[in-house]
Design a protein around this ligand. Sequence first.
Ligand code: CXF
Length: 371
Amino acid sequence: RGYLQMESIMKIQAAVTHAQGADFAIEEVTLSGPKANEVLVRIVATGVCHTDAVGRDLGVSPYPIVLGHEGSGVVEQVGENVTSLAPGDHVVMSFAHCGQCENCLTGHPTVCSRFNELNFGGRMDDHTCRLHQGDTDVHTFFGQSSFGSHVVAHERNVVKVDKEVDLALLGPLGCGIQTGAGTVLNRLKPDFGTSIAIYGCGAVGLSAIMAAKIAGCQQIFAVDVHQNRLDLARELGATHAFNGKEVDVVDEIRKVSGGGVHYAVESTGVPPVVRQSMHALRPLGVVAIVGVTPEMNIDVHNDLMAEGKSMIGVIEGDSVPRVFIPKLVEFYKAGKFPFDKLVKFYSFDQINEAFEASANGSVVKPILKLA
Ligand code: CXF
């Protein structure tokens, strides 16, 4: 608008990842205040997702970095031009997207043309860093960096939520839970009375199971190798649960479903399981791939073409977060989407322990409480 704005800088506490594979260190970091179309959010809690461990260990984003991409909190300040949010709003943060490319404009921001840059590139969409330690840039993750007491995020990826619901619970709706639920409800859209198989009963798979129940799937097959997760899957709506270490999953599913399922969600990323997910489909069946999977061979003719099957990739449940997350909150309030059963709370200083619990499978969805 042609005038200079004084930039406010605040000191915050954040869990910094200084180098590839390093433990999280909670330290003081400076955070620059919100620019136009951005908001300052005080973080109340943040989910721990496998992608944060990837960010820590695999060098996909530049270091040093503050990871975290399932933040929930309260808006404290809004930048110029922000009209959709106000101080005091309860919010959940989701993935960053440009809002301007064809996919964003047609309601598919999960495949934004700048998705990788904005979520993994370490900078905001104006290419600057908001976090610093002295003269050193500290990089941003998913346009939020929720492993800290405060964040600055673009209003586009900040979703206002109902104040009646415990805000500390809601962060994972911004990623893992919307990924599983959205894959079923936004992308597969199963017909009432159909069958679906869910491979992998972590946060994504279990959310897909709850969504399949909401959609009216008649048979919901849960597949995992841990009995505790299969038990939880049954509790959340799976009609059958198979332990891949104990039975031939493809045989069992084909037998019970009368020739294979209509749909599948593959969240393990394990090539032999991906193959099973195709083999246990009935002709014309569709499998959605949501697990990061290494290169593998598939028999395109026999496994796909000959039986009219499809394999589709889905990111973040093909969700428009500002539309989809409030719907999930409503279903939670109505007792139809009990994702709180996946959660265990930790204090912020237990961050390394929470990651360990996620990695060894003992906790489905750790949430760190900051306030
Ligand atoms: C990710 C999953 C891997 C691809 C990019 C989006 N979602 C959240 O962790």
